[in-house]
Design a protein around this ligand. Sequence first.
Ligand SMILES: Cc1ncc(COP(=O)(O)O)c(C=O)c1O
Length: 377
Amino acid sequence: MKLFDVYPVNDIDIVKAAGSYVWDDKGAEYLDMYGGHAVISIGHTHPHWVKKIEDQLEKIAFYSNSIKIPLQQELADKLGTVSGKNNYQLFLCNSGAEANENALKLASFHNGRKKIIAFSNGFHGRTSLAVSVTDNPSIVAPVNETENVIFLPFNDEEALRNYFKNNGKDVCAVIVEGIQGVGGIRIASDSFLQLIRALCDEYGAVFIADSVQCGYGRSGKFYSHDYAGINADIYSMAKGMGNGFPIGAISISPTIAPKHFMLGTTFGGNHLACAAAIAVLEVIENENLLQNAEDIGNYLMTELKKIPELQDVRGKGLMIGFDVPPKLSELRKNLLQKHKIFTGQAKQNVIRLLPSLALTKIDADKFLKALKEEVAS
Ligand SMILES: Cc1ncc(COP(=O)(O)O)c(C=O)c1O
């Protein structure tokens, strides 16, 4: 049987990982500035995370949501504390798309409306509603096309105000990434997020903060939307939540009431996933990783801005992007092949850095040295 060929892959077989490093089957060591696509939050195979999963595996890995699973409450308590939203409610699922799918569906259940506002260049996942609010027609199948979604220009306050003025009573929800990831590390301005909050309040719409990539401490705050000093009604999360163990969730404001069976999933909130996610939050707290993401992120950004060839260095914490001019079009490939450093990409010319939140200054310097060498060559 062949694999269904949907991913263009590098010819590298990674067999081992620790912290910010991975090793291939020939023993070559790579610095991971890509975090396996923003997934590695506390570092590859962190010993506390491994131990917690191993211990849980010895006890029980899975039972259905038809029974009490105290680990879910433990995770909810911990997430409430670390995210600073103790009065929110937690629904557990398995991926980012599923989290957004549930967020959008819940918003519609809540206010009985259908129209969703999403933004240009946004990415929210590949399942039906999630892909419908994603601004990329090439991944939207005909069956996912819907008139319920309206795309407005990102960070355009006038367009948003006008849309609400004319159609506000029909708006079910606004979904927005605090920092667009796939869209090329584009930051939602504080005033834009504050306007979304104000308009959602005025018209009874639900504010959904897609924090799948920009959340979980990556920006230096738990949710990147926190920089704007607002609370969203629903936060979706996944990637960093399990440090590679598949888990997603939505954190739901106390103003939205649950009803039995309105949402559900077989695997969501299983014992093993909860153990992994609890371990992640414990490490984030114990190792002060939000502060580390902010400090090392600021350091990287300051140093990157000193390299004149790199254009528009931007980001927050350890979610950083910059544009690469055409003469450096081989930069990402060379970093990987010559310097054994993984980086991410967005569009053809944007390099994305999404390393572990535990990245050290030594590793940041190693990356900068290789980058400077490549730019100069
Ligand atoms: C902002 C954002 N939302 C949602 C998703 C979808 O997450 P998943 O691939 O886990 O379904 C992604 C994935 O890259 C993302 O970046």
